[in-house]
Design a protein around this ligand. Structure first.
Ligand code: CTP
Ligand code: MG
Length: 239
């Protein structure tokens, strides 16, 4: 196994409003098989080898997140996020330390497999500045403009997931530059790309789906139940 010599910190962004999901409970605190969504996401990052976690949350919910994350087995810091995802990441970066590797992860992706997390930070450890997990696009795609539309060749398209891995200093500098330029982005690879850094793609996984709409809660519950059953079966075979 490869030695990881630089510290790996996870920055889990959970400060969104979850407007597409709707409901009474903030998205990251919705229970999936009896566990808050954010807890699943943080545990996935710890299982994947992150040695420290920074969780970015909305200001009024700090105490709720503290309760949801009590007892996590690595040092954990909670910081307050901003209006846009990129503001939340920037706030988290301020608490992420000076040097090392940072994995920026959506709290809304609770079931990213351990192998994906590892392959992202190992690629950064081997020298990549920016690494992102991607999956092929499976639907046919059309570009729609009003009532007209035309087909887009999907063979070159991929869907981008998280965690996205970076050299910490590079991501911090790239975010500072993006803020000065007033750049609007939906992920951190776009921030690094705008600063001139190459983006390395690694294989993501369907399980790393983002809980976005109410339907996704059913999928998430199904994955969690299956994992619980697999763990119970493994325990019965090897108590
Ligand atoms: N996020 C954040 N700060 C923001 C906006 C988003 O930390 N100002 C986080 C979300 O909490 C989520 C991740 O970024 O874990 C991906 O965002 P998304 O799935 O869009 O979540 P929301 O923005 O909460 O949902 P919506 O867009 O439906 O309101
Ligand atoms: Mg959003």
């Amino acid at each position: 196994m490869q030695m990881i010599d630089r510290p790996v910190v996870a920055l889990v962004v959970a400060a969104g409003s979850g407007s597409r999901l709707g409901g009474e409970v903030p998205k990251a605190l919705v229970q999936i098989d009896g566990r808050p969504l954010v807890r699943w996401s943080v545990e996935a990052m710890v299982a994947g080898g992150c040695q420290r976690v920074v969780v970015v949350v909305a200001a009024p919910l700090v105490d709720d997140f503290r309760a949801a994350l009590a007892g996590v087995s690595v040092p954990l810091q909670i910081v307050v996020g901003g209006a846009r995802r990129q503001d939340s990441v920037a706030n988290g970066l301020a608490a992420a330390g000076e040097q090392g590797i940072v994995l920026v992860h959506d709290a809304a992706r609770p079931f990213v497999p351990v192998d994906v997390v590892r392959s992202v930070h190992e690629a950064v450890a081997q020298g990549a500045a920016c690494v992102i997990p991607v999956v092929p696009v499976i639907d046919s795609i059309r570009r729609a403009r009003g009532v007209s539309s035309h087909v887009v060749d999907r063979s070159e398209l991929v869907a981008v997931q998280t965690p996205q891995g970076f050299d910490l200093a590079t991501l911090r500098e790239s975010h500072e530059q993006a803020a000065l330029q007033g750049l609007e982005v939906t992920d951190d690879a776009a921030v690094c790309e705008a600063a001139g850094h190459p983006v390395l793609l690694v294989a993501g996984a369907r399980e790393a789906m983002k809980v976005t709409e109410p339907f996704d809660i059913h999928v998430a519950n199904a994955i969690a139940t299956q994992r619980r059953q697999m763990a119970a079966n493994a325990f019965q075979e090897n108590p």
